[in-house]
Structures are given as structure tokens and as C-alpha cells.
Design a protein around this ligand. Sequence first.
Ligand code: FAD
Length: 406
Amino acid sequence: MVIGAGAIGASAAFHLARRGARVMVVEKEREPAQHQSGRNSGVIHAGYNLKPGSLKARYCVEGSRQLRAYCRDYGIAIHEGGILIVARTDAERVTLTELHRRAQGNGVQARLVSEDEIRGIEPHARGIAGLHAPEGASFDPTAYVRSLLAEAAKNGAEIRYATAVRQVREGVAVQVETSAGTLSTGVVLNCAGLYADRIAGPVARDLCIIPFRGYYAELRPERRALVRSHVYGSPDLTFPFLGVHVSRRVDGRVFVGPGAMLAFGREAYRFAQVNVRDLASTLVWPGFYRLLHGSQFRSLIVREVQKSLSLSALSREAQLLIPELRPSDLVPSVAGNRAQVVSRDGHLVDDIVVRETPATVHVLNAVSPGLTCSLPFGQYLADLCQSRLSSSNVPLRREETEVNRG
Ligand SMILES: Cc1cc2nc3c(=O)[nH]c(=O)nc-3n(C[C@H](O)[C@H](O)[C@H](O)COP(=O)(O)OP(=O)(O)OC[C@H]3O[C@@H](n4cnc5c(N)ncnc54)[C@H](O)[C@@H]3O)c2cc1C
């Protein structure tokens, strides 16, 4: 059983069903991709910014190529225009050199470009230096998740919507308590995104998911020509967030954002929205206070509160990339919350975490660029599930079930 119909759960189900395994996907919403996988920048990242050797780097580089091929093969909208990262200060120029080093370490195409070359790539962007990653692209993530699930269903997977998992109990078989009754299964793959730590229970006691809201504005239609593809600022490598960028989506809209504001509920997408249980779990988490101790984190929060309260704070940041952009060019747009794992000792965990027991696999911290990573990462998760299924008495393949019934 796969819990969660986001990109990670859908990809694992796609791979398992193609191999002939019996798969049921259980999703609490009425449709797929209602949370992180449908509320994001929609960027296929090239992998220039990730630490070589990390799981994210491995899956992102491979995932970017697989995802672009998947979009072409299955008719998912894609715009392959590349990503330009600009430096505005000497310190940011040093960061670009580090990004270039990471790109080379990861085998990603990326070229350092001069001030003049920036104008050739993005005529309205400005910077003292840039890094161009031509493999960056935009795609339609919701259509992608739907397509993975449709393919899984074609191969026999059952998708149950409006079914929330409450608890997973491991015994001879695994008992999964849901809003629609108790289900019995051989192996559970927990891809519940923002709620994955709660479902994981004891194996994730040292971790807590703290939601960080990424809110976007978008350019008015008449100002969309300010960007051809994607313009990013040079990131602050202290935090696992890429910072504000100006991004053209496949439908032609241009998003500006996202911010990285602490959210008061895991699925709370507006500033004043509060989920008491979620907020309490953040506030009682010792790692949260250790995180707050850091002056860099406190100043991030102050900046983010300002940005989430006024479009002009967001536009000031975007103006550093595209000086012609004015506050009046922006209108508020969507928001999406990151399922960011914070460790007990107060670190924002910067890589994917997978925890396992004999009959369960839990995916924690599948943060950005999780969409880009999803195809090879889902394949890896399918391998983990299959090895558990083959060592249990659960029928692995659909044909075997038929034979057993006969
Ligand atoms: C603002 C933002 C921008 C991003 N931009 C990019 C980007 O440009 N490129 C990129 O590659 N990545 C990006 N990401 C990261 C990417 O969106 C995530 O890594 C990816 O979507 C994670 O997928 P998931 O399946 O793990 O989680 P989700 O998509 O959150 O899916 C989890 C699913 O589990 C379900 N669920 C939760 N609890 C239960 C329960 N108890 N019972 C049943 N179902 C349950 C949820 O309803 C949900 O459908 C971004 C993320 C954010 C938030």
C-alpha cells in the first residue's frame, strides 16, 4: 500500500504496478497532487545547486533527464528554456563559483556568463555575473502526477481517494487504520508529505516536519515579457531554500516567489490560517527553539514576515533580478507548504530521509526538488517495497494472486 497521491507516491505506484505488483494508493483528498506536488514552482531543476554526493543530487540529475523524457513521451506540457542565476554582489559571485563547482561535480551542464551575456539570455535581467543551466525547464506537475496514476491504474493499481490514514500497525501483516475502516497489507510505503512524520511514528521520533510556506505573486499578463524562462538570484546556501525567482510556467503565467515563511498549519496556505494541532507540534519541538537561537534564522523569519504581508517587499527582492519590475506589476497568486524536516538538535535537514522497518518504508523530507527527483526516487522506493514483498508471504504479482485463488 502506498500512502499519498503526490509525485513521490504516484511515481512509486507507477513503478510497482509496471512490474506487476499489487498496488493500492490511499489518498485523503478527493484528487491527486493537492498539496506540495500541485503547489510549487513547476521547475524541472538541472541539479547545479545540490551538494555532490547527496541523495537529492543523485536523483535530481537523473530525474531531470527522465522527467523531460516522460513529459515528451506522455504528452505533459513542458517548456525547455533553461535557468539563469544572477549575482548582484561580489559575495554572490563567490556563491556562483561554488554553484558552478557543484554543477561540475554533479555532471550538470552549466556555464558562468558575463554581465553582457546575461542580457543575451534574459534581456531584462541584470547582474554582475551569471550562471546558465540550459537543462532547466518548466512542466505541469499536476498533469504529471495524474498521468503517473493513470499509468499505474492501467497496470492494475487501485487508487482510493477520500481515505485518510490514521495509524499504521506492524504485525504479521500491516494493519492500516483509515477513515474508511482498517485495511490489511503486506508492505506500507508512506509518502504522506507534510504528514509523513506522524504516520511514521516511532521511527521518526528524532525528527519533526515544520511547514514553511512558499507564497507566490504573478506578473500581470501585459508584463509577462519581462522574463523568457527562469531568473534566479544567487541563493543563501545556509538555508535549503532557493530564494525568490521569476519563472515562466508552461501556461505562460510568470510566477514571482516563493517566500519561505513559517506556516501555522501544515496545510495552512494563508497567513492567518492556523491549525492548532500542527502549530502545537511545532511549538513543542525542541529543535524549533534551537533553530530560533540562530540569528540567521531569526532574520530570515523577519524578512519572510515582511514579504508575506506585502507585495512590495516581494517585488523589491525580484527587482534585484529584473530592475524594470514594479510593485504594480504583481498580483497575489498561489501558495504551497514545504514539508521541511527539523532535527531535534535544530537543523533544517537538507537531504531526503528514508526510514525503514521490516514491513514499512517512510519517506521524510522529500523537499525541493522532489518533483524533479520523483522518477528515479520512486523507482528506488519500489525496489525497497519489492524486496520486502518477496521476503514476506504476500503475493508479489497479480498473476500469483489469481493462481492462489484458483
Ligand atoms: C513552494 C514549493 C515550491 C517547489 N518547487 C519545486 C520545483 O520547482 N521543482 C521541484 O522539483 N520541486 C519543487 N518543490 C518540491 C516538490 O513540490 C516536493 O518535493 C514534492 O511535491 C513532494 O511530493 P510528495 O509526494 O512527497 O508530497 P505531496 O505532494 O505533499 O503528497 C503527499 C500526499 O499525501 C497525502 N496525505 C497526507 N497525509 C495523509 C494521510 N494521513 N492519509 C492519506 N493521504 C495523506 C496528501 O494529501 C498528499 O496528496 C516545491 C515545493 C514547494 C512547497
